[in-house]
Every structure is written in structure tokens, then in C-alpha cells.
Design a protein around this ligand. Structure first.
Ligand SMILES: *[C@@H]1O[C@H](CO)[C@@H](O)[C@H](O)[C@H]1NC(C)=O
Ligand SMILES: *[C@@H]1O[C@H](CO)[C@@H](O)[C@H](O)[C@H]1NC(C)=O
Ligand SMILES: *[C@@H]1O[C@H](CO)[C@@H](O)[C@H](O)[C@H]1NC(C)=O
Ligand SMILES: *[C@@H]1O[C@H](CO)[C@@H](O)[C@H](O)[C@H]1NC(C)=O
Ligand SMILES: *[C@@H]1O[C@H](CO)[C@@H](O)[C@H](O)[C@H]1NC(C)=O
Length: 132
């Protein structure tokens, strides 16, 4: 019966795929790491142009991280400026990275997003700019 043939074919295909997958296990198990940001936080105030440390916890870091290169971007009102990072290409395992507060207008709806594997938002904080 064609149906049976098809079913058999389907099952065999499925088993073959399974066999291939188990025959070539991924050698290095990569884990997603989403580090909690400790600063900036809700009580943080940055002055545009001044230097600050962005800090995050590294305690829970898996041994093999998918993307160990960090990137810090500014989010204004929840909107990320991914293309113009405040910092990039540092190790996500550092736990701290010095950045210059961007030259944005004064406001309290800023957040930074720390990327390793996936973006992790800080709480919203204030940036003060006396020039703009
Ligand atoms: C991490 O990767 C190494 C190989 O680079 C591997 O031997 C080890 O089992 C991996 N550890 C975890 C927890 O996935
Ligand atoms: C919040 O951020 C400030 C720096 O802006 C830091 O001094 C403080 O320790 C942080 N608070 C917590 C709970 O991590
Ligand atoms: C950032 O942290 C480093 C290491 O603790 C320290 O040397 C540096 O002065 C800090 N930078 C700022 C702007 O606080
Ligand atoms: C990070 O590294 C990539 C590749 O080397 C480079 O294209 C990019 O400009 C770097 N970004 C920063 C902010 O340094
Ligand atoms: C910051 O932005 C303001 C307004 O756009 C500009 O007048 C000023 O020169 C900028 N300052 C720096 C340090 O880039």
C-alpha cells in the first residue's frame, strides 16, 4: 500500500536523521549566558561625557559560552541603538567595563543593553547633559 510505503519511508528517514545526529554529537555544548546587570540601575545618574563602569554578575556563567564577546548599547525609551554601541568586543566574563556616558539629551528613560548571547536590559536610569 502506498500509504504504508510512505509511512515506512518517513520512519526510515526520521531514524536516519536521528542516527546522523547521534553519530556526530556536538563536541562542545554551548550555553546561553544572560548576565544580570548591577550598574547602571534605577538609582544611577550618569553625566554625558563622563566615564562610568557598567557592571554585571558573572557568577552563573556557563563553562562554554555561545558568544563571549560583549556589546553595550544604549536604549532610549526601550529602543536600542544596536548599530552604535557604547562599547563592544570586550569579554563578557569581565563583569565590568568602563564606558563614556553618551552625549544624549537629559532624560530618565535610558537603559543599557548588555549583549553576550542575548540582550539583557538594565533598569531605566538618568543621564544628565548640560550641553544638549
Ligand atoms: C566545554 O567545552 C569543552 C571542550 O572545549 C568540553 O570538553 C567540555 O565538556 C564543555 N563543558 C560543558 C559544561 O559543556
Ligand atoms: C546601583 O548603581 C550604582 C552606581 O550607579 C552602584 O554604586 C550601586 O552599587 C548599584 N546598586 C546595586 C544594588 O547594585
Ligand atoms: C572602573 O573599574 C576599574 C576597576 O575596578 C577602576 O580602575 C576604574 O577606575 C573604574 N572607572 C570608573 C570610571 O569608575
Ligand atoms: C568589533 O570587532 C569587529 C570585528 O573585528 C569590528 O568590525 C568592529 O568595528 C568592532 N567594534 C568596536 C566597537 O570596536
Ligand atoms: C553634545 O551634543 C550637543 C548637541 O548636539 C553638542 O552641542 C555638543 O558639542 C556635543 N558634545 C560632545 C562632547 O560631543
Amino acid at each position: 500500500m502506498p500509504m504504508n510505503k510512505f509511512t515506512t519511508f518517513f520512519l526510515v528517514s526520521l531514524l536516519s536523521i536521528f542516527a546522523v545526529v547521534t553519530a556526530f554529537p556536538v563536541h562542545v555544548a554551548r550555553d546561553v549566558f544572560v548576565p544580570p546587570i548591577t550598574s547602571p540601575n534605577a538609582s544611577t545618574v550618569w553625566y554625558a561625557g563622563e566615564k562610568y563602569n557598567v557592571t554585571w554578575e558573572t557568577a552563573g556563567a556557563p563553562v562554554n559560552i555561545t558568544n563571549k564577546y560583549g556589546r553595550i548599547v544604549l536604549a532610549t525609551n526601550g529602543l536600542q541603538d544596536y548599530e552604535n554601541p557604547i562599547a563592544a568586543n570586550f569579554s563578557i566574563l569581565l563583569g565590568s567595563y568602563e564606558v563614556t556616558a553618551p552625549n544624549v539629551t537629559t532624560g530618565n528613560e535610558y537603559a543599557i543593553v548588555l549583549f553576550g548571547d542575548s540582550g539583557n536590559y538594565s533598569p531605566q536610569f538618568t543621564i544628565i547633559n548640560d550641553e544638549a
